[in-house]
Design a protein around this ligand. Structure first.
Ligand SMILES: C[S@@+](CC[C@H](N)C(=O)[O-])C[C@H]1O[C@@H](n2cnc3c(N)ncnc32)[C@H](O)[C@@H]1O
Length: 266
């Protein structure tokens, strides 16, 4: 080693600076490899975990989502995120629902009205779109939104966890997007919900597939397609449509089984 040092010291100044440059380049290369292989993946996974499984670029900075609606403005930012249209494909969802002019839609768990305002436009002035939610701040947001858009048929409604509060026989289509799993006592709720449907009415449920994906909530917060179909059957509906055109979500449509007695409890 001493011989080597002497050797370096005895080198000409140009040769020495050449060696120092090579050593510096090797160190830079090593630190890049270390960053790519070890540190970067650690940071990315910590970030994903913090955001509860949502894709990193999807949440506004600093938001830590919880399942409860603790801060309405955070959730509004998520529901209305500019990238949502890419995977949610709201126009295609509405096209598959075959809505008619004059239809009355109840968007149960409407959130910020992401779908409700589109329904109001799709059913025309003779139709209605109710944005039903249990969170007063979200209902207020929808009210302001309806006013801003000057949509008189976009009607926000505050509901309770157990009851939509809509009139019996008043709705053509119930729409439930990313909300089915939030509902408590689902079979009873869905059974009771038949009461608000007009004759020939239907229910559309859109929800994330219950599998590990690069996007969306973790599997534990989701209900599989099969379980949803089973529960709806128990609540007195039969499946009329099952579509898989969305990248991350299933689309199911149900109609009440005719003449089946309603067995819900209030
Ligand atoms: C994940 S958000 C979905 C919002 C909206 N459907 C969308 O796709 O943007 C779920 C919403 O359901 C509401 N919610 C939960 N349980 C409900 C119930 N029993 N009745 C009505 N709304 C409910 C929550 O307050 C929340 O706004």
């Amino acid at each position: 080693m001493a011989a080597k040092i002497t050797e370096v010291r005895s080198q000409k100044p140009e040769a020495r600076s050449q060696n120092i440059f090579t050593l510096f380049s090797v160190l830079c290369l090593l630190s890049s490899v270390l960053w790519c292989l070890i540190l970067a993946p650690m940071l990315v996974s910590a970030d994903s975990e913090m955001k509860g499984g949502y894709r990193n670029d999807y949440l506004p900075r600093g938001i830590v989502p919880k399942h409860e609606m603790d801060k309405a403005e955070n959730w509004i930012a998520i529901f209305e995120h500019s990238k949502r249209d890419e995977w949610q494909e709201p126009d295609k969802v509405i096209e598959k629902m075959n809505l008619k002019d004059g239809d009355v839609i109840a968007d149960i768990g409407a959130g910020s009205g992401y779908f409700t305002r589109r329904f109001a436009m799709a059913v025309g002035l003779t139709g209605k779109a109710y944005g039903v939610d249990i969170e007063p701040e979200l209902v207020k947001y929808m009210g302001d939104d309806a006013q801003k858009l000057n949509l008189k048929n976009y009607i926000p409604r505050l509901a309770t966890m157990a009851d939509s509060g809509l009139d019996p026989g008043s709705v053509d289509v119930v729409f439930i997007c990313l909300t089915y799993h939030h509902i408590e006592d689902r079979i009873n709720y869905m059974n009771k919900l038949k009461k608000i449907l007009k004759k020939g009415g239907r229910v559309v449920i859109v929800a994330f597939y219950k599998k590990k994906m690069d996007f969306g909530p973790p599997p534990d917060n989701k209900i599989s397609e099969e379980v949803t179909i089973e529960e709806m059957k128990e609540a007195g509906y039969h499946l009329t449509k099952r579509l898989d055109f969305l990248r991350y979500q299933y689309f199911l449509e149900f109609e009440p089984v005719e003449n089946q007695p309603q067995t819900y409890t209030d």
